[in-house]
Design a protein around this ligand. Structure first.
Ligand code: ADP
Ligand code: MG
Length: 464
């Protein structure tokens, strides 16, 4: 009965919050008691992290829908203190185990012996100590991947295994993989963590075969607690190594070792990958990272600047963030160029300097700087029938607010004026208001094709 209610809740949550959220969070939780007298729902979560995340993000959703299903108004939700069991979020379907290249038993026996484990010497782990969770800026584009990565460090091999992180190049996958490794080593000094790019893994395997060192290769992997394989897309189209990889993966998995993969492609879309390996990669939790919003980009830039002991204010960060385009690596590259130039010429980092350095390199926005405010006001105003006075007024009329945000968006996109300048011009508004406006328009552009067309028409008129 309770499980029925929970199942029903899961399907509602899937509708409302999406299946990623359900797979990641709610599937890890169970409904263990319902006290109708005191109207309390008791839930069980596998760990503190899942508990906190759900409480902070989905409490109202739970109260609302569990309340409806249990026929009460907003029940209280309490997480039982100690989770007794720790079940995986997604229970993999049991398949008959196939002959393994690395027998699972070999791996297990190494776990059950009580020999004191010696951690890998630092350099053999291939973990980069600069990539840690603390340096990783969390925003809507990466919060699920980040949270899942953190959860893995607290439930090694138990909760999400394997964890599969996918996303375009330069969006933070490698950073997260190393962060997992670093964090696990902080929590448990003797943990054996190994980071390996998929192609290095493959090469190592091939040379082990060639030089008859398979035994050594097996020895190396059998003692691992955590295996982090980066850029797994490189394994596709390599039949022989796929086979080996498949067996190693199975053996590690059967021995409850934590495995984390990154890839630039969703497992189902990995071309040239044998079907059984493909489906196996997707056994645990698959989570993605996508391009961050302007706001997150600005936060990342400021974090990176801080790490290199440079102060970069909002305007400068915003200027860089709105130029460097397709990923965070490029964003960082632009920042590095600005900081390096400032340091070489012994100047402070200013907006002027950033402009000088970055406008010199080829810019995707060739129109930038050519357009002035009045053209933007004129064309946008004409399209929506508003005047400069309207834009500068304090009116919060819904339609006007939206069009004012479009004006701000164009001003940032098409001129090289600062957020502060734009805010001042439009009735003395704060720069954070401008930033918020731009972010809002960018988000809208991502989901509304008609809006894209409209803005394109207005922009053509402004620049034409
Ligand atoms: P990928 O492996 O997805 O190609 P990387 O992990 O190598 O990307 O990230 C590229 C650069 O961007 C790295 O220097 C990384 O530190 C940085 N980066 C990516 N995402 C973030 C983030 N959310 N916060 C801070 N730095 C980030
Ligand atoms: Mg990478």
């Amino acid at each position: 009965m309770l499980t029925d209610i929970w199942d029903e809740f899961l399907s509602i949550a899937r509708e409302e919050a999406g299946s990623r959220v359900v797979e990641t969070w709610f599937k890890a939780v169970s409904l263990s008691q319902w006290d109708a007298n005191s109207k309390v729902v008791y839930l069980q979560a596998p760990n503190q992290f899942v508990k906190d995340w759900i409480k902070n993000n989905y409490l109202t959703l739970m109260q609302l829908h569990l309340g409806r299903l249990l026929n009460v108004d907003m029940p209280k939700v309490i997480f039982l203190d100690e989770a007794q069991d720790c079940k995986p979020a997604v229970v993999p379907h049991q398949e008959k185990s196939e002959p393994t290249f690395l027998p699972a038993a070999t791996l297990r026996s190494s776990q059950s012996t009580s020999v004191v484990k010696v951690p890998y010497p630092k350099n053999q782990s291939h973990i980069n100590s600069n990539y840690i969770f603390d340096n990783f800026v969390v925003g809507p584009s990466n919060s699920l991947a980040y949270a899942a990565a953190q959860a893995v460090t607290q439930n090694c091999g138990k909760l999400y295994n394997p964890l599969f992180i996918y996303g375009g190049s330069g969006l933070g996958k490698t950073h997260l993989l190393h962060a997992i490794g670093n964090e696990i080593k902080v929590n448990n000094k003797t943990a054996r963590v190994l980071y390996q790019t998929a192609d290095r893994f493959v090469n190592e395997f091939i040379s082990a075969i060639r030089f008859d060192k398979i035994h050594k290769f097996q020895e190396k992997y059998k003692d691992i607690d955590v295996l982090l394989i980066d850029d797994v897309q490189f394994i596709s189209n390599k039949e022989q190594t796929q086979e080996a990889f498949f067996h190693i993966f199975n053996a590690l998995y059967d021995a409850h070792k934590q495995i984390v993969f990154s890839s630039d492609t969703f497992p189902q879309d990995l071309q040239g990958l044998a079907e059984r390996l493909r489906s196996r990669l997707a056994w645990g939790l698959v989570t993605d990272i996508y391009m961050p919003s302007l706001e997150t980009k600005v936060a990342i830039l400021k974090k990176k600047a801080e790490l290199s002991n440079t102060v970069v204010n909002d305007d400068i960060a915003h200027f860089i963030a709105s130029r460097a385009i397709s990923n965070i690596r490029q964003l960082e590259g632009a920042l590095v160029r600005v900081i390096a130039f400032a340091s070489l010429t012994k100047q402070p980092v200013t907006l002027e300097l950033a402009r000088k350095v970055l406008l010199r390199s080829s810019s995707p926005d060739t129109t930038k700087g050519v357009v002035d405010f009045s053209a933007i006001i004129k064309c946008t105003g004409k399209y929506y029938s508003y005047s400069l006075e309207d834009f500068q007024s304090k009116s919060r009329n819904k339609q006007l607010v939206m069009v004012r945000q479009i004006v701000m968006f164009f001003m940032k996109k098409l001129t090289d004026k600062s957020l502060r300048d734009i805010g001042m011009y439009l009735g003395g508004r704060d720069h954070s208001t401008v930033m918020h406006a731009i972010d809002k328009i960018e988000k809208q552009l991502q989901v509304d094709q008609e809006f894209v067309q409209t803005l394109k028409r207005i922009e053509d008129e402004i620049t034409g």
